[in-house]
Design a protein around this ligand. Structure first.
Ligand SMILES: Nc1ncnc2c1ncn2[C@@H]1O[C@H](COP(=O)(O)OP(=O)(O)OP(=O)(O)O)[C@@H](O)[C@H]1O
Length: 245
């Protein structure tokens, strides 16, 4: 269980997250919100990349430490695929994944097998000796997913993982996420209702830096005024952010 308690965060004087509290469990947890709602900022907090001004996060009872130089072992249990990530362009796919394993302090004897397994999972085995800058956008995203998974994290954080992908690549990504959500706390930020329909087990509606609503897809649809499917999800979401009565 990932427990988030009273997290607040601001950039300068601008409040971006205000008293966010959540319990996230095994399965796919979708953060749904408009542009600028605060999804990425909350994910950066959960990945240990941004230090909140107040509040706490616990994974299975152990508190996160956000202070650099302190014991951040617990954060190795978190894998993160940001919206965009930097990489040395000539680095080969397998080297990139092995480097991520090294950063997460995976014992070196386990790195070849773990790297092989995650590259197989994301279907990049044949590209493992290719430089990263030779990959398509979807392949690069899959390499990032392999890097996020190589230390076998308990929590997997994916920030808009399907943005910019064509429908076929999006379907492939959904399938991958469906595989890993069975045993991990998977957190996916999106504003695409297609992602919600394909993946969501738990939905967290975020607006103006606060949690507006949490529940299942069926519950969100039930707030959608009778429509089913994507239309029901859209109407339910609009109700939750006050755009529809
Ligand atoms: N580095 C920064 N400095 C100042 N303000 C920022 C910074 N990063 C984000 N913000 C602001 O914080 C707010 C929340 O941004 P955030 O990226 O967390 O939202 P989001 O829900 O992920 O949006 P999107 O769907 O567009 O990615 C926005 O108003 C944004 O302009």
């Amino acid at each position: 269980m990932l427990k988030v308690r009273d997290i607040s965060f601001r950039y300068g004087k601008k409040d971006v997250l205000t008293d966010v509290s959540l319990d996230l469990t095994t399965g796919a947890n979708l953060f749904l919100g408009r542009n600028g709602a605060g999804k990425t900022t909350l994910m950066r907090v959960l990945a240990g990349a941004a230090r909140p001004h107040s509040g706490e996060v616990h994974l299975n009872g152990e508190p996160f430490s956000f202070t650099l130089g302190s014991d951040r072992r617990i954060l190795r249990r978190v894998g993160w695929l940001p919206q965009t990530f930097g990489f040395p362009p000539r680095m080969k796919v397998a080297e990139f994944v092995a480097y991520a394993a090294w950063l997460k302090e995976v014992p070196s004897s386990l790195v070849p097998e773990r790297s092989r397994a995650v590259l197989e999972l994301v279907d990049l085995t044949e590209k493992s000796r290719q430089p990263l800058n030779s990959l398509s956008g979807g392949q690069l995203r899959r390499a990032g997913l392999a890097a996020a998974l190589v230390a076998d994290p308990d929590v997997l954080i994916l920030d808009e993982p399907t943005a910019g992908l064509d429908p076929e690549q999006r379907d492939a990504f959904h399938e991958l996420i469906r595989q890993v959500r069975q045993e991990k706390i998977v957190v996916v930020a999106t504003h695409l209702l297609e992602d919600v329909e394909a993946l969501a087990e738990h939905i967290v509606v975020i607006d103006h830096g606060t949690v507006r609503w949490t529940g299942s897809p069926a519950e969100l649809v039930s707030h959608g005024g009778g429509e089913s499917g994507l239309g029901g999800l859209r109407n339910g979401f609009q109700t939750m952010i006050g755009q529809r009565s």
